[in-house]
Design a protein. Structure first.
Length: 191
């Protein structure tokens, strides 16, 4: 499921809440879906073969068995009927297509290099990562990070909500959830 060459592998980012008899509820975010199951990112790593109940936004409640774990990631296989499994897969595939960034979108706002480059990036699970602004515009920012993030990952840059729309070696490009007023974007801006 983590092999990016698998043709049935699709990135889809959805918030979730998971729990089990042995584990209190914890937050997770779907990372991708394939025939092997659903990969979640989370600060919590459940045990292999553990049964989980997961409430995934736009999908609903589902029962799943943990089939693999890695650092900050775990894979589950849903335990539902074939019909329900097909419904879940169809919905997640549609959401994955909606989340794919368009490569045809031209840049509308000019980019500037801010004087205050150090910034904190907060992830959905509460982790805070140090980052460094490369450039910024009214619609988004480019940052260098020592931690890799997947396209579609929701983040907060300083106090500004955004979503990762592209990745490059040692960094990301993020689009702000609500674009800034172009008049507010200047070298001294602080997010």
């Amino acid at each position: 499921m983590t092999d990016r060459t698998i043709p049935d592998h699709h990135t889809v980012i959805l918030p979730a809440l998971c729990w089990s008899r042995r584990q209190p509820d914890f937050h997770a975010v779907t990372q991708d879906i394939s025939r092997s199951g659903i990969v979640f990112r989370s600060a919590v790593s459940p045990q292999i073969d553990q049964l989980l109940t997961c409430s995934i936004r736009y999908i609903g409640l589902l029962e799943a068995r943990v089939t693999g774990t890695e650092e900050n990631r775990f894979t589950v296989r849903v335990r539902v009927s074939r019909q329900r499994s097909a419904e879940i897969a169809g919905t997640m595939m549609a959401l994955a297509r909606e989340q794919e960034p368009s490569l045809d979108t031209p840049r509308v706002h000019p980019r500037i290099s801010p004087t205050r480059k150090d910034v904190l990036v907060t992830l959905v699970d509460g982790r805070i990562l140090p980052g460094r602004l490369i450039n910024i515009s009214a619609s988004g920012a480019a940052l260098s990070l020592d931690y890799g993030l997947a396209n579609g990952t929701p983040i907060t840059i300083g106090g500004t909500a955004a979503r990762v729309v592209r990745t490059f070696p040692d960094g990301i490009g993020a689009a702000f959830t609500f674009p800034l007023d172009p008049a507010q974007v200047h070298a001294g801006i602080q997010l």
